[in-house]
Design a protein around this ligand. Structure first.
Ligand SMILES: *[C@@H]1O[C@H](CO)[C@@H](O)[C@H](O)[C@H]1NC(C)=O
Ligand SMILES: *[C@@H]1O[C@H](CO)[C@@H](O)[C@H](O)[C@H]1NC(C)=O
Ligand SMILES: *[C@@H]1O[C@H](CO)[C@@H](O)[C@H](O)[C@H]1NC(C)=O
Ligand SMILES: [Cu+2]
Length: 173
């Protein structure tokens, strides 16, 4: 019973660890895509349901005849000023790489669209850790579970922990 629980828990940790290191493509607005939204808060609702990390990609899916994507300052986002975007992406689907941590602001530059809610603000964070975070050849970071590799396993649960720890260390290297 306890062994099964420990096993399930450890598997959860390993799966979470692996999925954290994957870059994710997010389709802005989900199936609704990028257009004048049905309700003004749609894109802030969508953004609040996701966590964005460096390396992720925003995919803007839109009707190119009447929409585009401009990345702008917070001031231009707040005021729906469409006159000075840094870049404009006008071919759908547009892929926007989130290369650095920080706040990002987007709007559609078509007159009237931003004020009707076609605007997006997100915050991008550094991933908690990554395969490149420790230089090659350096020892693994100190951890309470390191003992699992040095002391002989006492039972099947300990052996499984040692096995998972070995896999995790191998993955990080
Ligand atoms: C994300 O999109 C890029 C191209 O924009 C593609 O190369 C990559 O395979 C996609 N990744 C996932 C996880 O879908
Ligand atoms: C964005 O990525 C998708 C998937 O890889 C690709 O089909 C599409 O052509 C890309 N968009 C642009 C404008 O390059
Ligand atoms: C973990 O790795 C060590 C050597 O690095 C090895 O001796 C040990 O048998 C491995 N344990 C498991 C459970 O794979
Ligand atoms: Cu638009």
């Amino acid at each position: 019973m306890a062994d099964a629980k420990i096993t399930a828990c450890l598997l959860g940790v390993v799966v979470a660890f692996l999925s954290c290191t994957e870059a994710t493509n997010y389709t802005v607005g989900g199936s609704e895509g990028w257009k004048i939204p049905s309700s003004a808060g749609s894109y802030s609702d969508w953004a609040s349901q996701h966590t964005f990390e460096v390396g992720d990609i925003l995919v803007f899916d839109f009707d190119s005849s009447d929409n585009d994507v401009g990345d702008v300052t917070k001031e231009d986002y707040d005021a729906c000023n469409t006159d000075s975007p840094f870049t404009v992406l006008s071919t759908s689907p547009a892929n926007y790489s989130l290369d650095t941590a920080g706040d990002y602001y987007f709007l559609c530059t078509t007159a009237g669209h931003c004020s009707q809610g076609q605007k997006l603000a997100i915050t991008v964070t550094e991933p908690p850790s990554g395969p490149t975070s420790s230089p090659p050849g350096s020892p693994p970071p100190p951890s309470p579970t390191t003992g699992a590799t040095t002391s002989p396993p006492k039972d099947i649960a300990d052996e499984f922990i040692a096995f998972l720890w070995n896999k995790t260390v191998a993955f990080v290297r």
